[in-house]
Ligand binder design. Sequence first.
Ligand SMILES: Nc1ncnc2c1ncn2[C@@H]1O[C@H](COP(=O)(O)OP(=O)(O)OP(=O)(O)O)[C@@H](O)[C@H]1O
Ligand SMILES: [Mg+2]
Length: 146
Amino acid sequence: MKVFELKNEGETLALAGKMAALFEKNDVIVLIGELGAGKTCFVRGAAAYFGCADQVSSPTFTLVNQYDGGGMTLYHFDLYRLRDEQELLESGADELFFAGGVSLVEWPQCAMALLRDAPVTQIELTYCPDGRRLTVQGPLEERIAW
Ligand SMILES: Nc1ncnc2c1ncn2[C@@H]1O[C@H](COP(=O)(O)OP(=O)(O)OP(=O)(O)O)[C@@H](O)[C@H]1O
Ligand SMILES: [Mg+2]
């Protein structure tokens, strides 16, 4: 597990951009954290690396937004409104996992069983007195050499 202390939104965006440089096709990254912890902010920083930051908004009602840029497709999920895995399967959104892009998943609970045996990276954002603490575990963590 790697841990980063992020003092402000700018540091969250910057770290996300550095991590985005390490993204590989078919990565699935689940974003864990309370309301307002910075999950969407992280996605915005990652999308900026691929040149498409302006389009990033929470896909709470669409379930998934797609951002194309820099030879990569990002799928930005927000599964907050889904009750269970059945609803996810009915939406068809799960078919985008491992479809050749990178999936960034806010509120992934109803997808966790589906992803059980897959190489999923977990990024967790928690509130701390100085801003946020970000931890990363999984395949993406192995690629971080800094
Ligand atoms: N390192 C940081 N320190 C302090 N504030 C931060 C930091 N990173 C991001 N923020 C702020 O925290 C908020 C994060 O909002 P964001 O929409 O990204 O949260 P979220 O986790 O996606 O919430 P939701 O669960 O509602 O989707 C923004 O107001 C942003 O400015
Ligand atoms: Mg969000």
